[in-house]
Write a protein that binds this ligand. Structure first.
Ligand code: ATP
Ligand code: MG
Length: 440
């Protein structure tokens, strides 16, 4: 892609309405545009990053055997009345009527709808367990939408639902998701810690919030800092291995403020290991047994002819919130650095270009063509901005690698720079190999 062609409305100054880094940067680099309070359009750069995050989330769900489907954003109010949440959910629920006066709503979550789908088609214990998920827009009429994509009214979420025969099997599904979440966040370059949490309006008794540390986070957390050293790579997706991993996490105190008890914290965590700080919730998993299956009459036949309400869990990841959360955790010294797994481009070509001298342009073009031929996603800054202005711009955009052609550039070797890091001088072929090797 040529920078001159990219729809990327960069702003020179930080917009005054944006209070935190991720919101400022997403507006400044033209990733999003607010359309009304808490509702955003995703412009090409932001959309591309969000789609990469979505794909990683999807791959890790598929790896544990979850199946993707797609439910609509608009739901009938009827099933919400059946579960009792139509009244309980309160003002966050956007209620609408169609032209026949039928009560509808814009889904803030999908426990009712998935239960309705499940009960209509699954009748026998033989079809269990099931793990289903979708990645879809949600709407919550938040009281105070703020911090850009972190807390908005309309946001993109992956929500999964598990269906099992009994508590024991259901906990295995819960643990699988727990494992998938840790792997997902790791691939996004984040250290997300599962913290024991209250279940809130979703209900149930077992729940973890996945939190990444950030000063701008809205969740206050209390933990034993040794929990950050747990190495998930030693575990695989076998039930026993995941159970062991869960036990490792359970051994350390880690809670959000609604579960915090001072006496417990001080008793269980030595002073030197205590970590009290703030974090961003990027995912939340719940086990709630028959909380929805019972009122919605979602049962299956057992071998002996008896019926049993299925045991359910639900599992959310804030895909659009993650875009902001990654920025919050990766932005240092006015330089952004997207993890390679979600970077909008793999590499940038940044040449010094002058109107009356085409030589640098031609060299840069040659590099561009070679990289494109090798299917490397590259952004070529073909503008005539001064090199220092280009660097500033790329510090904001945060593409992880740069190939730089200075004004006095000669020879066959190029400056290959890791943003925020080392510079090497390499032949073009070496650059190509390096970039291809970096893919995972
Ligand atoms: P929060 O406590 O932040 O309001 P929640 O507990 O209401 O979150 P869930 O219902 O568990 O959230 O939703 C799953 C995930 O969706 C959250 O972990 C979060 O990443 C994301 N999410 C929830 N509400 C919003 C929102 N208003 N804007 C953006 N992302 C959100
Ligand atoms: Mg909420």
């Amino acid at each position: 892609m040529y920078l001159s062609k990219l729809f990327i409305p960069l702003l020179k100054e930080n917009p005054s309405e944006a209070k935190i880094k991720s919101h400022q940067l997403m507006l400044r680099t033209g990733m999003i545009k607010q359309s009304s309070t808490g509702i955003y359009s995703w412009l090409p750069l932001g959309f591309k990053i969000m789609k990469k995050i979505e794909q990683i989330v999807r791959e890790e769900q598929n790896k544990i055997g979850a199946q993707e489907l797609l439910m609509p954003t608009i739901q009938s109010a009827e099933i919400w009345k059946e579960s009792g949440r139509y009244d309980d959910y309160g003002e966050e629920l956007l209620r609408i009527k169609d032209r026949q006066g039928k009560e509808m709503l814009y889904g803030p979550t999908n426990e009712e709808l998935i239960t309705e789908i499940f009960r209509a088609s699954i009748k026998s214990y033989k079809s269990l367990p099931q793990l289903l998920y979708h990645i879809q827009w949600k709407f919550r009429d938040e009281l105070r939408p703020r911090f850009g994509v972190m807390r908005c009214k309309e946001f993109f979420m992956k929500d999964a639902y598990s269906f099992d025969l009994n508590d024991e099997e259901a906990k295995k599904s819960y643990n699988k998701m727990f494992f998938a979440y840790l792997n997902t966040f790791k691939r996004l370059g984040l250290t997300a810690i599962p913290m024991a949490a209250d279940t809130g309006p979703i209900g149930g008794d077992l729940s973890h919030e996945f939190i990444i540390l950030a000063d701008t986070g809205e969740s206050k957390i209390y933990s034993d800092k040794r929990i950050f050293d747990i190495d998930i790579s030693k575990h695989n997706d076998a039930d026993d291995s995941i159970k062991e991993l869960r036990e490792k996490y359970d051994a350390f105190y880690a809670v959000t403020d609604n579960k915090f008890k001072k006496e417990d914290f001080e008793k269980k965590v030595k002073k030197e290991n205590q970590l009290v700080t703030k974090g961003i919730e990027v995912g939340h998993i719940f086990y709630f047994g028959d909380k929805y299956s019972k009122p919605l009459k979602c049962s299956v036949d057992l071998q002996d002819g008896k019926k049993v309400d299925v045991k359910m869990g639900s599992y959310g990841i804030g895909v659009s919130r993650l875009v902001g959360a990654i920025i919050e955790s990766k932005f240092t010294n006015n330089v952004m650095r997207w993890p390679e797994s979600v970077a909008p481009f793999e590499v940038a070509i940044i040449p010094s270009l002058q109107k009356n001298d085409k030589s640098n342009y031609l060299k840069a073009k040659k590099i561009y063509n070679l990289l494109i031929k090798n299917k490397i996603d590259v952004l070529f800054d073909d503008t005539e901005d001064h090199l220092s202005a280009k660097f500033k711009k790329f510090d904001l955009i945060g593409i992880p690698y740069q190939i730089i052609l200075g004004s006095k550039f000669t020879g066959d070797k190029f400056e290959f720079k890791e943003i925020n890091g080392e510079t090497e001088t390499l032949f073009l072929d070496e650059i190509k190999k390096k970039l291809l090797n970096k893919r995972n």
